[in-house]
Structure formats: C-alpha cells, structure tokens
Design a protein around this ligand. Sequence first.
Ligand code: PLP
Length: 383
Amino acid sequence: MSGSTGSGLGSGNYRPVWVEVDLGAIRHNVREIRRVLAPDVGLLAVVKASAYGHGDAQVSHVALEEGASWLGVALVEEGVRLREAGVTAPILLLSEPPADAAEVVLARSLTATVYTAEGIRSLAKAAGDLGVCPEVHIKVDTGMHRVGGSPEQALALAGLVLEEGMVIGGIWSHLAVADEPGNPFSEVQRRRFDVVCSEMEALGIRPRLRHLANSGATLLGKEYHYDLVRCGLAIYGYAPSAELAPAVDLRPAMTLKARVSLVKEVGAGEGVSYGLRYRPEGRSLLATVPIGYADGLPRGLSGRGVVLVGGKRRPIAGTITMDQVVLDCGQDRVEIGDEVVLLGEQAGERITAVDWAEALGTIAYEVLAGVRSRIPRVYVEGA
Ligand SMILES: *Cc1c(COP(=O)(O)O)cnc(C)c1O
C-alpha cells in the first residue's frame, strides 16, 4: 500500500476513491471459459469500452497470456489505443469502420468487419493506396437487426470483397437472446447462419473463422462455438443471466472502493442530502464518502442502494450527489478513513454489479461500463 489513500494509488491522486481490478480473476475467468471450449476453438476477448471499465490494455495482456487469440473492440479509436499500448495480437472491429477511417484501420493492422458495399470499397481503396491485401470479416444479420448485411446480401458482399482483391478472413453473426436459454430464436439465428455459410461454401468460399457466440451463447452450448467465441462479460466475472451462471465458475474482477471523508452525528428525524429525502429513525452516525453520480455511482441508487463499511451493509442516506454520497451507519462506530466497498467484498459481505443492476432496472454490463474513467484503476493479482 502506498499513496495518501492507502489504496496503492499513484501520486497525483488525492481523493480516496479507486477501482481495484483483479487481474487474477480475469485470468481465472479466461481459463474457465476455455474449459468449455474444444481445443480447436479460439477465444476473442471483447475489450470494448475500456474493457467494460476494467482497462483495455491491462485486460488484453492478461487475456492473451491465458490463451485468447483475438481481441474485439467497438471503435477504431479503441483499436488504435491498443496498438499504441503495444498490443500486437489480431484486433477485430465489431462494427464496420467509417469510410474516412479506412486508412488508419489498415495502417494499424486492425481487422475490419464489413457489411456494406461502400464499406468494402473504401477499405479496398485504402488497401490499394497502402499496397496491402487485408483480411476482412463479413457480418451477417441473422435476426437481431442492428448491424450486418442480410443473408441475401451476404453472398454479394463476399463476391465484392474478392473482386476488390481482399481476403475473407471470417464470417460472423450476433445473437439477440443468447442470455435466455429457453428461447428458440437463438436456434433460428444459428440455422440462418449455417445456411449462409453453406451457400458460400458451395461457391468455394470457406472463411478461416466462422463465429456467432457472445458470452451467453458460449455458455449455451458447443453448437454455437464454431471456430471462435467472442466473450466480454464472462471475462469480467459475470454470467449474462442467472440461468447461465452454473455453467462456469466466474469471479467478478472489479471492486469499487473508497474511504470515509467525514463523519457526523445527527438526531432522529433530521433530513439528509438534497431534498431532505432521508431521515434516520434514531440518533445516527452519518458517513460521507467522496464519490457521486459523476463517477458512475448512479443517482437512481439513492434511497435503495447499500454499501459496505465495517463489514456491514449500510443504506445510502438520501440523494446521491454529483461527487458525494452519505451513508447511515446507525449506532456503529465509524471513522474518517474507514474503508468503504461499493462493489465487491468486505468481511464476507458482498455487493455485485448484479445487485446494482437489479435495484436500477438495468443489466450488469451497464453498471460496469458506467464506472467512469474519473476513478483511477489499481491493478492487483489476486489468488
Ligand atoms: C459486445 C459484444 C460481444 C460481447 O458480448 P458479451 O455478452 O459481453 O460476451 C460479442 N460480440 C459482439 C458483436 C459484441 O458487440
């Protein structure tokens, strides 16, 4: 432990608020995922949005060390950042890059996903200018209707890629309901994907990589794995739904911690924070913690969230403000500097991103990705 907060934070950080990312948990989760994959199935680690808030360069290094062979990002900017951090592994852009990014994509050796004629032509033009012959992955929309070419367009797009002198390195699709094990639509999408793959094969086109599965589909079953699975959430230690959780042993990698910055005692019935919406039932010790909604502690947890201090669950007292939150510690002793756990474990008690998500009516993805870069990340290698 070093620094003013006792958190291992580097110098220049004065506020005692930090995210602890357990790279040991990431390693464990990658191994757990690989355990359900056949030996010839590859793993693409999805590290978009700063690795769901965990830090993309750090997570990438660890995932690659544990046997992931690809990385996936949403934005060209994210791929460029990883290259600048020294990552040399293949990086797939999960959406078609904007036409004016084509040159950067190729110069940085990012693998583009394509699904429009314009997208293919702008990449081909940049490839000609740079004198390279890139591989691209064709994305087929098998029913989610977000991005991708329709199954009918897929063959024409494949033809165009070849005509333009590029290589089809992959064909892939994405499932809409993979987190719902009983939902027959995943099978519908899988069959549509198979049809497109066999139509291509009939024309002599057999891309090296066919892929369909996100974390949910990876846990659904081997028939969804094809040559590569694309996992995000599971790497960070959460199953996409409670039904899928038993399939693997996942450990949440993110802990959100802080220290109490001020303690005050108030009498029964005194109002607390904006709107005076919280009134303790008896004399209470209130602990102020310097974290708020501008850090990704959602204001929607006001009056319903709980936080760990002294190994006990403490209610959030009233409205969460932009940079501060107040906790009701009742009659228990609490002091300035005491450790606060907003996400994670303390003395056997545990609060997860799923707890927050349930209180907020959202999903763990949004909670994790919502923890802002304003909070410094500290990397540890837990057991
Ligand atoms: C984000 C994303 C993933 C990862 O999804 P998880 O549910 O987090 O595993 C996989 N594929 C695509 C296309 C994505 O956009």
